[in-house]
Design a protein around this ligand. Structure first.
Ligand code: O2Y
Ligand code: MN
Length: 592
């Protein structure tokens, strides 16, 4: 073996000695390997064949019912200095964490096959891409990693060239919630995950590598690893602006990334291109602009709610060659979830469907599909240099107070806007309803280091010569007094994106307010939607008293991160608070 792979071989040998598997398989990522894995999983029951007439190449996986989501309370960032992990992470000392989890790994693969998965996050030739190797005893993880990353021989060749990679060790263990940990060692570029076979806990390239470890690497290397979709908006002249957008989990990132323009826009020639639906790595290019890649090669999307009306592109993507996890099944063996037509006969646990048992599909049930199957997949998604960003958008679920859209006045204000973002809890989440949870840049569960240092890193991009994207905040979820959403959302969100692009191009003035710039009268294209002037007024209204209280709460939140919170961000909060205090009278309504 060539010398640059010696470190990898040494680590594999160490893991083999610890876990004692019966077999070892180095994954090459080939079609033949995938077909063999599928056959093997059909035999063991890890996969169930779905209707091959309606869904060719589609399979169902049922996870252990105690293992259906990420486990934030069992997820640790293990840095030498506890302060480096910050109050936004659970922390354990590296030596203690290794000892605790290695005890679980001891002999855990006896009788099982150990798979070595070399993978690349990002286009194989991209200077922005980074490689990793996941060792796992789960063939389901191998199959998913093949779809979600560039996995196999090409990644191994890049690792051999570069000599560096992120190490991820995973075992499903006994799938016992009492013996489950997801540990990150950013200083060692290492992840160890035990006791879960599900999603973000087990597909280590995704949240563990591409967000927690990558955010740490990005801090020291001068780039950003973010929980953002990337979408290209092509205007009728054929010019495309790329936008990255951060929303907390379950706020519709996949829907926005695959948006279908409203009828009038389609007729005029507007097109939307999907570059990514969950993760964005970006760094400044030689021209001072921020360039972004999607490090993933597939979608691990939430099934419930995905329908012909919410996201026809996602539905078209998953008509073939897709692994479904924890969905229900119809009488003719098609995958089914709430929001689809038809009737389920078997629920996500394989029981005859009984509404008394709850939803037929698990609310966090998923589809894993290659991004190439998306009808709007952007050819630029494979560009090694990435796409230049015109705008960054932050957003959350805010039934009151926060307007449909506003623009931050500059980068530092934008960092404050992203830092302050959050969502009100819904009935779908556990705990109290209507409570605002701050989730800065949608990275609360994923930032691999102290949020104070993270904000400082964001601020550091504001350099002379930088041509940074404009920063906006959106709120698709504002409700009227009747409790109904004021904004139609989905494809109509393009109307808001069009306004942002017009701001980027300097084509509209907007209206400056203490919280940022909002659309001025007539600047939002509203033809073809049923939105009366009262609703528009409410969507763009600024309640000064409410915003003063919001700024106080933001100040309190920022101070909760202690002395590592950059003074520049605290000053920015003070600046907006003062502007609000000085602003009289209330902003005029903008409807015509
Ligand atoms: O529950 C899981 O393990 C999946 S979480 C997830 C999956 C895809 C995209 N985003 C998320 C998330 O929680 O943000
Ligand atoms: Mn996500």
């Amino acid at each position: 073996m060539a010398s640059k792979l010696e470190a990898l071989q040494r680590w594999v040998n160490e893991v083999v000695a610890l876990t004692r598997p019966a077999h070892i398989h180095w994954c090459d990522g080939s079609d033949a390997e995938y077909r063999e894995l599928v056959q093997q999983m059909l035999q063991t029951g890890d996969l169930i064949e779905l209707n091959q007439q309606t869904h060719p190449g589609c399979y169902l996986h049922r996870s252990n019912p105690s293992d259906v989501a990420r486990v934030e309370h069992l997820t640790f960032v293990c840095t030498k200095d506890e302060n480096d992990a910050g109050p936004n992470n659970h922390w354990m000392a590296p030596a203690d964490a290794h000892a605790k989890i290695d005890e679980l790994f001891d002999g855990c693969m006896e009788g099982r096959t150990l798979y070595v998965i070399p993978y690349c996050m990002g286009p194989i030739e991209s200077p922005l891409a980074r490689c990793g190797v996941e060792i796992t005893d789960s063939p389901y993880v191998v199959a998913n990693m093949r779809t979600m990353t560039r996995m196999g021989a090409a990644a191994l060749a890049r690792i051999e060239r570069e000599g560096s990679f992120v190490k991820g060790l995973h075992s499903i263990g006994e799938l016992d919630p009492e013996r489950r940990f997801i540990m990150h060692f950013p200083e060692e570029l290492t992840i160890k995950s035990y006791g879960s076979g599900y999603g973000g806990n087990a597909l280590l390239g995704k949240k563990c590598h591409a967000l927690r470890i990558a955010s740490w690497q990005a801090k020291s290397e001068g780039w950003l690893a973010e929980h953002m979709l990337i979408v290209g908006i092509e205007n009728p002249k054929g010019e495309t602006h790329y936008v990255a957008a951060a929303f907390p989990s379950a706020c519709g990132k996949t829907n926005l990334a695959m948006l279908i323009p409203p009828e009038g826009y389609r007729q005029d020639g507007w097109k939307v291109w999907t570059v990514g639906d969950d993760i964005c790595w970006m760094r400044p290019g030689a021209d001072g602009r921020l360039y972004a890649i999607n490090p993933e090669a597939g979608f691990f999307g939430v099934a419930p709610g995905t329908s012909d009306s919410s996201n026809p592109n996602a539905l078209a993507s998953i008509a073939r060659d897709t692994i479904f996890t924890n969905v229900a099944v119809t009488a003719d063996n098609q995958p089914w979830w709430e929001g689809l037509p038809g009737t389920p006969v078997t629920d996500w646990q394989g029981r005859p469907y009984d509404p008394a048992n709850g939803p037929a599909a698990h609310p966090n049930s998923r589809f894993t599909v290659s991004a190439k199957q998306c009808p709007t997949w952007s050819p630029k998604a494979e560009d090694a240099q990435g796409v230049p960003l015109s705008a960054i958008v932050f957003g959350g679920r805010r039934p009151s107070l926060v307007p449909l859209v506003f623009e931050a006045r500059d980068w530092a204000h934008g960092v404050l806007v992203g830092g302050a973002m959050g969502s009100e809890t819904t009935a779908a989440a556990t705990g109290a309803v209507g409570v605002l949870r701050r989730d800065s840049m949608a990275m609360k569960p994923f930032c691999g280091y102290h949020y104070g240092d993270y904000f400082n890193h964001w601020l550091s991009f504001d350099q002379p010569g930088a041509k940074l994207p404009k920063i906006f905040h959106v709120n698709w979820f504002r409700k009227g007094k009747d409790g109904k959403f004021l904004w139609p959302g989905f494809g109509d969100n393009l109307r808001v994106l069009e306004w942002m692009i017009a701001r980027v191009e300097g084509k509209v003035e907007g209206e400056a307010t203490p919280i940022g710039t909002l659309p001025a009268e007539g600047e939002l294209r509203l033809d073809g939607i049923d939105l009366d002037s009262a609703a528009l007024n409410e969507l763009l209204d600024i309640d000064q008293a409410g915003w003063k209280a919001e700024l106080d709460a933001i100040g309190e939140y920022l101070h909760s991160f202690g002395s590592r919170m950059p003074t520049r961000l605290l000053e920015e909060q003070q600046r907006v608070a003062k502007a609000l205090a000085a602003a009289e009278p209330q902003r005029e309504a903008v409807a015509s």
